[in-house]
Design a protein around this ligand. Sequence first.
Ligand code: SF4
Length: 480
Amino acid sequence: MAIEIESFLASVAEAVRSRQVPVVDLIAVQSNDPFKVLVATILSARTRDEMTARAAARLFARAQDADALATLSEEEIASLIRPVGFFRTKAGHLFRLPTELARFGGQVPESIEELLTLPGVGRKTANLVMAMGFGKAAICVDTHVHRIMNIWGYVATRTPLQTEMALREKLPVTFWREVNGLLVAFGQSICRPIGPHCDCCPLGGLCPKLGVRPRRPPGAKMDPQRPLKFVSWNVNGIRAIEKKGFVDILLSFDADLIAVQETKAQPEQLSEQLKNIPGYTSYWHSAERKGYSGVAWYSRLPPLAVHYGLGEREFDCEGRLLTLEFAPCFLLCCYFPNSGEGLKRLDFKLRFNDRLLTYLQQLEKKKPVILCGDYNVAHREIDLKNPAANVKNAGFTPEERAWMDRFLDNGYVDCFRMFNNEPEQYTWWSYRFNARAKNIGWRIDYFCVSAAAREKVRNAAILAEVTGSDHCPVTLEYLC
Ligand code: SF4
């Protein structure tokens, strides 16, 4: 059934009326200056509005225009904008901006094509500058606009660019400028990427909710017909990610069990907040070496038993495996060893993997097994951006991939590939070279289930939009 876009957007506008105006819109209204809108938009990528606002205020106090910006060194710009994500990359873009603007007489150009030639300016930024900086009809399609328009079935597209082109065809021009601000506010508050709040959404009865798994409303009872939701995430340091809003992100998953790898913390180093997240009991298996490895589970369900490690000291002192036993299945959170630079730890990893396989075979004799975590291997060429360049590198060696073959030959199923055989589906990106923004990544985080559990798998996905670590979370929906 086709939706009425005018009434949908009117309901959204009403629902987000009391919300804070997005920072770029605010700067546009307050300054009426395309240069400031451009700079604020560059700063805002992958950064919370509060941080963007603070960084923009500090930078504009020193540089009101391109001429003033040209007097600052790259290091000065970096230190002024420091709280924003990827501040070094953005400082580089802003440092080069005055030189690039000189091609346009020192002014911000007024066409998408010209804007796209500026450093750090992609299609989303260019459209936002056109719309908010120059007041022109342009549609800025970010992740919220792309996602929500597809949930509504107003478009059926796979990429933000396809969404922009589809909206140009059918969205009335009167909505072009405002649709981004509306859907960003709506996507951050109600129609969230994970567990949208359909229970309190004004569109609840009208929205087709395509591809959506609404949150369980607070206080709602467990539904036996509803699959359990599991999440696995290598957080690359739980104390570091705590400062980036980990607890709120975890709660937004609305998951029954959450596996965490690379906690890099001893139990006594954990805050009360991390140990006692409302609604969850946490279990920890840390490495003996401080700041290294470590795994954990957050569970809404009480397990029958908790098993720490593999029963062999050389592996267990690294805190790599934590098993929760439930009546219907075993759930294992594993942080596989990395083969390391020069493959120095490849032998260790292969021994760990073989010992793990033996352990799994023992568990399988009792009940189905679900093994999630950071496997530290991309299985097939489709699972990383540059397979040819990485055949001798940790995580893609023939030995590591052969173990994965053997593991799957034992009946295990890579759940994500049950639902998605597309390339460029990654879960880890290097912090270097702006790899995440360019989607130069690897798929090394998995949910795999034993043969007996295969029929119970309902969905598996990658939550690439969730930031905070160099990995993103992966999910499994499973009907016990
Ligand atoms: S009903 Fe749910 S999916 Fe639809 S717009 Fe509202 S929050 Fe989003």
